[in-house]
Design a protein around this ligand. Structure first.
Ligand code: 26Q
Length: 822
């Protein structure tokens, strides 16, 4: 049996784990610092971080190799997660936790008078994602490793991750995120497994000596994909899986050209063009349609990954491929995989089309993450034609055979054929990537119950009628290791004292907290920890936003990407309403600190205006002496994973206020709940399942439901709500008066206009009254400290089902069907 290196497998011996006592760790740390990094103990903390990361990585190596050796078993079925995004955040703390190294490491550092936390804080976030979808992929990898599932993550090694956001005069300003500048200690470059990816060129058709037709894609521009592997450690189980990220590099031909061709500059420019592919993450959480570089990225990821899997398959019967391999497509971004696998099987492996299609369709599974029609990916046919001509041919053939099936099933139904075609006709013909993913997959899932059912009834209805058995739901989750055990060490300690160890990988055990909600002593400990976490959050806010939060106030938080459908505007309207109440002498209010954070896509003008409005309202409220401590508002710049680790533990009220039907799931909602926040939310996405789990008494539900939103839309008249509601009228009046933009006249006219438009797709004003009233109920509950702490405990207790361990167990039971190792 040959292994990847072409050596006999038996030459590859497992290696022994390193001793993990504080003495050895301290020694190794000094060796890295002194002999590898060439730095002194008193150097910049960033080098201490590097030394610590290397020591930690060394401790992962033996398990990483052993896990890999396990996976070489030819009888093992494996899954390949294809995603354009992995929003990992920091790795040091998480790896120390999962590998049980935190304590010896802390002890070792104490000998040098170094605080582990200070070193951890030096790690830059790996921000290779935009938001929910990318963070979900990272949580999934953690759970796959913890469950011992043979799953490899494939992605791109962007040189620049998600931009850094800073605020200037209230406006968002973007700075590049050169996260690799100081080196990335977690990765291992493996040039020996590089793959070549083709672009451009043309297709030649031929008939071979046996009379079989074939296609040859020639005159291509080639780019080399070099893999960088990152270890993904399971929780205390000695399993270490792999995240393989591809880096684009020019082929060696470019180097030759530099010497031979007269045009040196042209040669270097071409080299740059090739290496541009993985230069930057597109900072868009909806869609940036039609950008050629984005399509290049998608194909680059997909082709390199599929070739890598086929390389490992080499020498085994291709008929068995689908029995041992499954691909999970994280949204349509890698959905070109459907056509690329066909190309590799038909053109390279010379399989008959029908057999290739059978294999291909049996090993692809697709997850949808959005219902917003404008976010559905479409690519102009002519772009495909010039960039990926062979793939376009393959898509045409898939489409022809698929539409023949549709016609056979619904004879004469031309309208249906038009709707279902992979090619959208019109002035610009476009490839519908979601349709390609559906036609090419055996499983199609949404990410929360409501979302999956809306997909079946709405967006994917035609396909559901054709293949109902392919559709399923997999409600999202979050990993409790990062989001509870690591982020909230004090609460984790209390949980372990109360429930015993092991809840970290068996989150349903949190149910055991329920009876303790009635225990005054327990509630007291709970509140002490929450107070500590709130102080930590207050320090973060003071540091980054320069606003003082008093931990005895209600901490009301909305952090997520800035998008109209998420309705940060509704939150801001409520803040203005509270401001009005204070000014009109309403003494009943509860002291409240409102925190808003999130990034706007750089080209999304309306979202940037929302950032500006949040900042301006904060400035006015915070500097008003009459308001004092009753209301504080802060916008935290550069919201990211490591900030969320602090934010979610110190939040009392979690704002999940999207227009019903628009938020596919949400996952921030789960992080807050797990850490004891109570949600104010609409009947949308996973909020519904959170509500069901925790019960109506422990959740502040408001607003129109999805069906009511749909029914109201054609007759939506925002002016009616304004006329009928003096509070709303007062809020809008203050906004329109220029109170929050005294020196910047008119800058919010567009925003205000959108709220008052009958065509406002997010129907913000329709939910205003219900939101305001529900916020009032929040305050009543907050007044009653005992009631609130009860609610808080019950939220954590009910959060067990929102562990990605449950989500991944379902993916595995119903889609992947992998055998766990160990
Ligand atoms: C597409 C084409 C071109 C450029 C960018 C994109 C692009 C990039 C990222 C489109 C969408 C995304 C990300 C979407 C996303 O994060 N969706 C969220 O997924 C979460 C995990 O399932 C859900 O919880 C959220 O409800 C959903 O909004």
């Amino acid at each position: 049996m040959n292994n990847e290196l072409g050596e006999e497998l038996c030459l590859l011996q497992p290696i022994d784990p390193l001793p993990a006592d504080a003495d050895t760790i301290a020694q190794d740390f000094r060796r890295y610092l002194d002999y590898h990094l060439g730095r002194f103990l008193g150097c910049d903390t960033v080098y201490l971080y590097h030394a610590l990361a290397y020591v930690t990585r060394d401790h992962l190596m033996a398990d990483w190799r052993n896990t890999w050796l396990h996976y070489q078993d030819p009888q093992l079925r494996r899954a390949h997660y294809l995603s354009m995004e992995y929003l990992i955040g920091r790795s040091l703390g998480n790896n120390l936790l999962n590998c049980e190294l935190a304590e010896p490491m802390r002890e070792a550092m104490e000998r040098f008078s170094i605080r582990l936390e200070d070193v951890e804080a030096k790690e830059p976030d790996a921000g290779l994602g935009n938001g929910g979808l990318g963070r979900l992929a990272a949580c999934f990898l953690d759970s796959c490793a913890t469950l011992g599932l043979p799953v490899i993550g494939y992605g791109l090694r962007y040189e620049y991750g998600m931009f850094h956001q800073h605020i200037e005069n209230g406006h968002q300003v973007e700075d590049p995120d050169h996260w690799l500048r100081d080196g990335h200690p977690w990765e291992i470059e493996r040039p020996e497994f590089a793959q070549t990816v083709h672009f451009g060129g043309r297709v030649e058709h031929f008939t071979d000596a046996q009379g079989h037709e074939g296609a040859r894609w020639t005159d291509t521009e080639d780019v080399v994909a070099v893999p960088y592997d990152i270890p993904i450690a399971g929780y205390r189980n000695k399993v270490v899986n792999t995240l393989r990220l591809w880096n684009a590099s020019a082929t060696s031909e470019f180097n030759l050209m530099e010497f031979n061709a007269g045009d040196y500059a042209e040669a270097v420019a071409l080299k740059n063009q090739a290496e541009n592919i993985t230069m930057v993450l597109y900072p868009n959480d909806a869609t940036e349609n039609g950008k050629e570089l984005r399509l290049r990225q998608q194909y680059f990821l997909t082709s390199a990954s599929l070739q890598d899997v086929l390389r490992q398959w080499d020498g085994r019967p291709i008929e068995d491929f689908a029995k041992f391999n499954v691909f999970q497509l994280n949204d349509t971004h890698p959905s070109i995989a459907v056509a690329e696998l066909m190309r590799l099987l038909v053109d390279e492996k010379r399989l008959p089309w029908e057999q290739a299609w059978e294999i291909s369709r049996s090993c692809m599974a697709y997850t949808n993450h959005t219902l917003l029609p404008e976010a559905l990916e479409r690519w102009p046919v002519n772009l495909f034609e010039s960039l990926l001509p062979r793939l376009l041919e393959i898509i045409y053939r898939i489409n022809a055979e698929f539409l023949a099936e549709v016609r056979a099933r619904w004879p004469g139904d031309m309208e249906r054929v038009r709707r279902m075609s992979l090619i959208e006709e019109g002035p610009v013909r476009q490839v519908r990537m979601a349709w390609l993913a559906i036609v090419g997959s055996f499983s199609i899932n949404g990410v929360a119950e409501l979302h999956s059912s809306l997909l079946r009834q709405g967006l994917f209805r035609d396909f559901y009628e054709m293949w109902p058995e392919r559709f399923n739901n997999k409600t999202n989750g979050v990993t409790p290791r990062r989001w509870l055990a690591h982020a909230n060490p004090h609460l984790a300690g209390l949980l372990t004292d109360t429930l015993g160890d092991g809840w970290q990988a068996d989150l349903a055990r949190l149910e055991g907290l329920r009876p303790l909600a009635d225990d005054a002593g327990f509630r007291e400990r709970w509140c002490e920890i929450r107070h500590y976490n709130k102080q930590r959050l207050a320090d973060l806010v003071a540091h980054y936003a320069g606003v003082r939060f008093d931990p005895s106030a209600l901490f009301d938080v909305q952090v997520k990407r800035i998008h109209e459908y998420k309705r940060q505007l509704l939150n801001i309207l409520h803040i203005i309403h509270l401001y009005n109440c204070i000014h009109s002498g309403d003494e009943e209010r509860v002291p409240r600190c409102v925190l808003i954070g999130g990034k706007a896509a750089p080209g999304y003008v309306r979202a940037k205006e929302i950032v500006k409005l949040a900042n301006n309202v904060a400035a006015v409220v915070n500097s008003d002496p009459l308001v004092g401590e009753r209301l504080k508002v802060a916008f935290i710049p550069n919201y990211n994973v490591s900030k969320m680790e602090v934010i979610c533990t110190g939040t009392d009220l979690s704002e999940q206020i999207s227009t019903a039907s628009k938020e596919a799931s949400g996952t921030g909602n789960m992080k807050f709940m797990m850490n004891g926040a109570v949600t104010i939310g609409t009947y949308d996405g996973a909020n519904i399942e959170i509500l069901q789990a925790v019960g109506e008494d422990n959740f502040f539900l408001f607003g129109l439901h999805a069906d009511e939103v749909a029914a109201l839309r054609p007759q939506y008249e925002p002016q009616q709500y304004i006329d009928a509601d003096p509070d709303l009228a007062a809020v809008l009046q203050l906004l329109e008066s220029g109170h929050f933009n005294a020196v910047e006249p008119g800058i919010f006219d567009g925003l205000i206009g959108s709220l008052k438009s009958p065509h406002d797709p997010w129907m913000t004003l329709a939910d205003f009254r219900s939101y305001i009233d529900t916020q009032q109920r929040v305050e009543q509950a907050w007044h009653d400290t005992e009631r609130w702490s009860r609610m808080s405990i019950l939220n954590t207790a009910a959060s067990g089902m929102f562990s990605t361990d449950r989500t991944i167990a379902e993916y595995n039971a119903e889609i992947w069907r992998l055998k766990a190792i160990g």
